[in-house]
Design a protein around this ligand. Sequence first.
Ligand SMILES: Cc1ncc(C[n+]2csc(CCOP(=O)(O)OP(=O)(O)O)c2C)c(N)n1
Ligand SMILES: CC(=O)[C@@H](O)[C@H](O)COP(=O)(O)O
Ligand SMILES: [Mg+2]
Length: 621
Amino acid sequence: MKDYLKQFQFPEDLKEMDYDELELLSYEIRDFLIEKVSKTGGHLSSNLGAVELTIALHRCFDTPKDKIIWDVGHQTYVHKILTGRADGFDSLRKYGGMSGFPKQRDSEYDLFDTGHSSTSLSLGLGLAAARDLSGEDYEVVSVIGDGAMTGGLAFEALNNTAHLNTKIIVVLNDNGMSISPNIGGLSHYLGRLRGSRKYISMKAQIKKNISKVPLIGEGMIAGMQHARDSIKYAVIDGVLFEELGFKYFGPIDGHDLQEVCETLELAKQTDGPVLLHVMTQKGKGYSKAELNPNVFHGIGPFDMETGQLLSKSVKPSYSSVFGSKLIEMAQKDERIVAVSAAMLEGTGLAKFSHEYPKRTFDVGIAEGHAVTFAAGLAKAGCKPFVTIYSTFLQRAYDEIMEDVCLQNLPVVFCIDRAGIVGADGETHHGIFDLSYLKHMPNLTIMAPQDGAELEAMMELAAKLDGPCAIRYPRGTAPQLGGADHAEKLEVGRAMRLREGKDADIWALGSMVEKALDAAELLKEQGIEAGVINQRFVKPLDEEALQEAAKAHDLMVTLEDNVLTGGAGEEIDALLINENTRVLNMGWPDTFIEHGSCDQLYRVHGLDAAAIAERIKKELEG
Ligand SMILES: Cc1ncc(C[n+]2csc(CCOP(=O)(O)OP(=O)(O)O)c2C)c(N)n1
Ligand SMILES: CC(=O)[C@@H](O)[C@H](O)COP(=O)(O)O
Ligand SMILES: [Mg+2]
């Protein structure tokens, strides 16, 4: 078989290939994706579903002059292959290697460093409006999934499109899936559209028959705008997009290269906003991913034959500890409900949703709505546990402030993926939540050192009358102290784990384990460092801090958050008049690249050895 992938360099090569050759290329790309991602891990099923669509897009448009924006960007592996980066897949998502998301630094074909959902329409509209102002001539194409289309930002952009009435092509890549099966009214609506293939075939049939009419046939077609609209209104109910000012094309088979290419060409020739509804299968071409597209949405290295993960942690993750504990609590307290923004599995709520389907609210990719919806639940007497990744919760800043904290409503924010997350990189590290939450009045903020403490904090949260946030990292939950240890949990109280006369390390959450390890390393060098499990960022344990400051020349704060606006900043302010030095350790004011968590802590001086070294140097002055 001709190895197209090897010959292949850049998108213009696609224009020289006929549909048969393009189809052979799509087979090669699928084999390549499965083989490479099975070794490195990554986002597989979305990329398998986008093979033909991506080939067609790069064939029909003159990239990078024509602009293609990918929503979220997790489905850009094929785009990377077609833009000269096939060699990067051996280092996919590894420290110093190729990112799994679009990166401007990597390629002129990557317009934005996307990673958060539902931005592609707004970004595309901005590009189109600027193009119109400058009089330049290029196409703008926003590729958005059916899941991302449920995000509020996408609706805001759809609304604005009619107003701008600029030329933009929106490709709605509809596979019926978000990470889990897609939810909500729009998803049902798209499902009906997917079923209305009749519109495409009827329209084609009518055009074919009429064009046979001698002399007047073509004229009739042109003049049938009114008839076309009435046919359209009659045969498809997909007028939502038409009413929003788009010319709607579809639904078409997103795996039929010729159909996609021809429809894209039609879209190019059409004035004004166009929405092309493409139906694809998430996981296409790899049976295990076809059967379980959610499992292979984001997956670790796996055995290609069996589809099984090559390594599985035996210790429970923080997410699974959270999910199991919430089930146990919900059994005793019927006020408890769970709210998720399209991340039931990732946040450990899948089992809870099976046990308590009526008390589980998956609102789609809609974090702002999730929070204000939870405020409504709380106002009416429920005890909502809103579980959202730290980075995605950024979307709900105003709702947390205005609809929950200002109202002083008893909403519990379970902030998963708080801290460095690893391979997803800059767009996904949860290292800003303390900075965007700490200044919100009425909010209690806590971080567990291990699984047992997470459970204790959840119990405590359920008893609080006002809003609170519990933040915990991706990955396995250590067991540092026994369950009794967690029972001594009191709001605003830290817990001393180790005495030490030379320095006192105030560690938060997942950094407690590193602080204990660092203290051991320092002890080997004759330095006695105390370790305190800070537990609460708000309210601070001011009494314990001031007491510790009086007894130590050096106070160290340690957090898995950026220093700017972090927990350490509060401690600085509190101890400003104490006769002690404060060393703040956390993430610098920048976006942290991708890599394994261990590598990132090491490279950025936040692993135990570096912490010990830094404290030693500070003491030596
Ligand atoms: C603001 C935000 N919330 C949640 C996510 C997590 N997330 C990444 S991809 C995805 C599902 C996207 O579904 P869709 O757009 O249909 O793409 P598909 O994977 O089906 O191709 C979700 C929820 C995110 N990236 N950004
Ligand atoms: C693309 C995206 O945003 C999600 O798939 C995210 O990568 C999931 O992260 P976890 O793997 O930490 O659940
Ligand atoms: Mg989808």
